[in-house]
Write a protein that binds this ligand. Structure first.
Ligand code: AGP
Length: 615
């Protein structure tokens, strides 16, 4: 949510910053801006619209500088206007700042600063902070304060409530950039006699191979060849430089039209990478050393709580079905944002899992912190190596799905589900799951990448189906058991990228209300891959047909839907444990092609951003 880039070195800063912004545009894209510093002269440009609009503006107003900061915005406070775009400049013109996060007490700060003679030209919370930095800098006039710029930022942050990732430059202190974070990711890329700043490692692609992850409550003074870090409480911190694993961060679009399309097609590989090295054929179980828990400790677990948001929350719901079925451990699933603020009673032998593709979602991060604070062992499933969630959890499993850029999550979901299946297998085999049952699940898990490839071959047929259905504005998605979360995920995909109103329900729940929506203008997608309850699902389909609702069946029993469904997407018959993964792929494709038909911007859907780092 919002992309930040910064550069200090000996090269022309503007092209490097714009290049970084383009890579980060998936984090927010309603407006963007840049502040460049040459000696004591600062040049600032901000524009509503995509980064390309800013790039044109910069081209028309060239300004040579080797230091600068820039930002691509996802609006929180204040509408989408040039004035509200970042960087924000203090009213004395001395400081420019880019900010990701929310300053919760900005009104209080603003009122205080108005009394001190500062003026404001935007409706943002961020402008209060840059003026507060100026105020603290000027308070020290006459004092011979070493690191006066760093100190001004640190002092200002002591008064801030809320979250921030910031980068600040000043024409009064030309040789450095100050960066700080609390709740919003910020990374420093270490190059040769140059440093970069980014809210995502992707911003460094092709520019730096080493990174310093700023932690919450840290402030850094960055010069071309040095980075000094202190805490907000003024304690010196040792810089830890880590190497970036670019194999995991590749974000080239290749021959695909959109990242979402690319990522849908990457699923066989992502699934393969999620299970690599994590299966023991000899013992018909999983090998999950990343959990950092001994078999004995894991056997003590009486209950598991899963917390996440959005698509990752749907993966948690699938985990509930899988773990309860195969490991016989009670599982509860909470929206991370709810868990944090309610007083959920947790038994002492509860294990907490958080799932987050980005590893930066603030609601999930805060749920993790809350459960750790309460003393629970908290593990994470995340796709982002080095992310805050991965660093703060007690252990966990990386997805290794490769960078996911498309705002609509696809490969991350199926890879999260297969990891949850590995957990179900592992914990099941420690309890009552027999060797032969474990062996069946192992075989099923291993078959997933190949079956996923086969299902992707349905794309041309699904594309045609999408053409037929793209005109509708309301959809129902129905599924039962582990395909109920798949119904939720199918509905979410459709609404995110094509702005079609879509609802997911357990199929049998339809009779208790949603059936009122069924009519010729509201198609239903029904998932029916469970033999045990097939007759029930067929009855649900009949009920829809009787009310003239258009119907798409996603099923491995196509015969059962002949004469009832208008369109059938036929899936192969697979082991029960992997059905939710296989059933998800066709609806990802359906959502993608419907959005294309409707002319929507698939990778940059309106109002959304990839990593949601504000509450
Ligand atoms: C999925 O398509 C969404 N864009 C969104 O729901 C996402 O899954 C959610 O914000 C959680 O993100 P995370 O996995 O990075 O924590």
């Amino acid at each position: 949510m919002c992309g930040i880039t910064g550069y200090i070195g000996s090269r022309e800063a503007a092209p490097i910053l714009i290049e970084g912004l383009r890579k980060l545009e998936y984090r927010g894209y309603d407006s963007s801006g840049i502040a460049l510093l040459r000696g004591n002269t600062m040049s600032v440009h901000k524009k509503k619209g995509r980064v390309s609009v800013l790039a044109d503006e910069i081209q028309n107003h060239p300004f040579h500088a080797t230091t600068g900061i820039s930002h691509t915005r996802w609006a929180t406070h204040g509408g989408v206007t040039d004035a509200n775009a970042h960087p924000h400049v203090s009213s004395d013109g001395d400081f420019a700042m880019v900010h990701n996060g929310i300053i919760e007490n900005y009104e209080y700060i603003r009122n205080f600063l108005l009394g001190q003679g500062y003026t404001f030209s935007s409706q943002t919370d961020s402008e209060a902070l840059v003026n507060l930095i100026s105020y603290h800098y000027n308070k020290r006039t006459g004092e011979n304060t070493p690191n006066r710029f760093l100190e001004a930022v640190r002092k200002a942050l002591l008064h801030v409530e809320g979250t921030y990732g910031i980068a600040v430059i000043s024409r009064l202190a030309p040789g450095e950039i100050i960066a700080a974070r609390k709740g919003s990711p910020l990374l420093i890329g270490v190059g040769k006699n140059e440093m970069l700043i980014s809210s995502d490692v992707l911003g460094f692609a092709g520019r730096a191979n080493n990174v310093i992850y700023l932690d919450d409550g840290q402030v850094a003074s960055i010069t071309p060849d040095n980075c000094d870090i202190i805490t907000i409480g003024n304690k010196q911190i040792e810089c830890e430089i880590k190497e970036i694993d670019w194999a995991l961060e590749n974000a080239d679009l290749g021959n695909y039209s959109h990242y979402m399309e690319k990522e849908i097609y990457e699923q066989p590989k992502a699934l393969e990478d999620a299970i690599r090295g994590r299966i023991s054929d000899d013992n018909s179980t999983a090998v999950l050393s990343g959990l950092n828990m001994s078999p004995n400790e894991l056997r003590q677990i009486d209950r598991i709580l899963f917390c996440a948001c959005g698509t990752a929350w749907h993966a948690c719901l699938v985990a509930e079905y899988l773990i309860e079925k195969y490991a016989r451990i009670p599982v509860e699933v909470e929206y991370a944002s709810e868990f944090r603020y309610r007083s959920a009673p947790l038994d002492k032998n509860t294990l907490v899992f958080v799932i987050s593709q980005s590893g930066e979602t603030i609601d999930t991060l805060e749920a993790l912190r809350e459960s750790k604070r309460k003393g629970f062992r908290t593990l994470a499933i995340t796709n982002s190596v080095g992310s805050t969630i991965s660093r703060e959890s007690d252990g966990g499993l990386y997805q290794y799905a490769g960078k996911e850029v498309g705002v609509a999550s696809t490969k991350a979901f199926t890879s999260q589900v297969i990891i949850c299946l590995l957990i179900a297998l592992y914990m099941g085999r420690m309890r009552d799951l027999s060797f032969p049952d474990g062996k069946e699940i192992v075989a099923a898990i291993k078959s997933v990448p190949q079956i996923a490839s086969k299902v992707l071959e349905l794309a041309p047929m699904i594309k045609e189906t999408a053409k037929k259905y793209s005109k509708y504005d309301d959809f129902l998605f129905l599924g039962r058991l582990s395909e109920f979360p798949v119904a939720l995920e199918g509905a979410l995909k459709l609404k995110e990228i094509s702005y079609i109103h879509a609802e997911g329900y357990p199929a049998a729940e339809m009779k208790h209300g949603p059936i009122a929506l069924v009519c010729p203008e509201c198609p239903t997608v029904i998932f029916a891959n469970s033999e045990d309850i097939l007759p029930k699902l067929v009855s649900n389909a009949q009920e829809i047909k009787a009310r003239k609702g258009p119907l798409i069946a996603v099923t491995d029993s196509p015969k059962a839907f002949e004469g009832i469904a208008d369109d059938i997407i036929e899936l192969p018959k697979v082991h029960d444990s992997i059905k939710p993964i296989i059933a998800t792929i066709p609806v990802q494709l359906l959502a993608y092609y419907v959005a294309i038909e409707r002319g929507c911007d698939v990778d940059k859907p309106r109002n959304l951003a990839k990593a949601v780092t504000v509450e």
